[in-house]
Design a protein around this ligand. Structure first.
Ligand code: ATP
Length: 291
């Protein structure tokens, strides 16, 4: 096999809680991760010349060693002493720096692809062990589907598949640094934490309205006061008939869950007309796992 074309799927968080700040500065989280059918594409080709060459359709995405795809390739090339090279055409659609794990999913796809084209015979678990060195979300991106992520996000418990429904994604034209959000998160007695255990039960019960009703993201306490446009986008989705809407990850992307395709399509049009968001996608819950 000399080349492979892969989809790197994005995630949303149906729930995101920060339990505490650890002494080493990392935050202990409890998150419900859900794959959606919005993806980047990686066209990976084995080359005779050694090295890792990346090109992308987006000029502002790094194509050097700062790209997580590069890191993924390098880890396996070093470990397996691979003498050939790889070239990757990275076609980005997932909003960048947006709380949808775009870079992590690209890295996961690269690990998966390298394993195939160089016939490394690593199991999914072994790929996950390499993936966590690149980022806490990479193991989840290798797994996909519905999962509870704890620790710094790398301790995964597979959950039953989420109820399928249309998902509207909207990202405003602002950048939010994940570092800024976590550094400015103040956890105290007044902090309202989402009930992650209840969300797990709702997912097990396949109750879409209960899931939507218990969605919560503690990071909104930092981003919404700082960037009110996030609240405006949420409100816009609610007015268009979302069952609920929420920010994903550390933002600024907002997603809304919808009961039916027709309402979701109308909500998409309304969002376009509102001018609040720069990137808008109508997508759906994706439940297939990678073996
Ligand atoms: P998360 O949901 O984990 O917070 P994110 O959506 O914030 O992810 P990414 O889209 O992965 O973040 O990108 C964050 C930064 O990482 C970008 O600004 C970019 O400079 C860098 N980066 C590295 N590799 C990639 C990649 N493959 N795609 C996009 N950005 C990348």
């Amino acid at each position: 096999m000399n080349n492979i074309s892969l989809k790197a799927l994005a995630k949303i968080n149906l729930g995101l809680d920060v339990v505490r700040r650890r002494e080493d500065g990392y935050h202990e989280v409890r998150m419900i991760m859900q794959t959606v059918h919005l993806y980047d594409k990686l066209e990976i080709t084995k080359t005779k010349e050694p090295g890792i060459v990346i090109k992308s359709n987006l000029s502002y995405v790094p194509t050097n060693e700062n790209n997580l795809v590069y890191k993924a390739a390098k880890i396996l090339m070093d470990e397996f002493n691979i003498q050939e090279g790889v070239s990757v055409n990275l076609i980005k659609r997932i909003p960048v720096a947006a709380g949808m794990a775009g870079g992590s999913s690209d890295a996961a796809a690269m690990l998966y692809g390298m394993n195939q084209i160089f016939d490394l015979k690593l199991s999914r678990k072994q790929l996950m062990e390499r993936g966590v060195k690149i980022g806490a979300d990479v193991p989840y991106c290798l797994m996909r589907g519905t999962a509870l992520a704890e620790g710094i996000g790398e301790e995964l418990t597979q959950l039953p598949p989420m109820v399928k429904c249309p998902v509207l994604i909207a990202k405003p034209q602002i950048s939010v640094s994940t570092k800024f959000v976590y550094e400015n998160l103040k956890l105290n007695d007044e902090t309202v934490h989402p009930d992650i255990d209840q969300l797990v039960k709702d997912i097990e019960n396949k109750d879409l309205h209960a899931i939507a009703g218990h969605m919560g993201n503690v990071l909104e306490t930092v981003t919404i006061p700082e960037y009110p446009i996030i609240a405006q986008i949420k409100e816009q989705m609610m007015q268009s008939g979302a069952i609920n809407s929420m920010m994903s990850g550390s933002g600024p992307t907002v997603f809304g869950l919808f009961e039916d395709e027709e309402t979701a399509k109308k909500a998409y049009d309304d969002m376009v007309k509102s001018g609040l968001a720069k990137q808008i996608y109508l997508t759906s819950i994706y439940n297939n796992r990678r073996d």
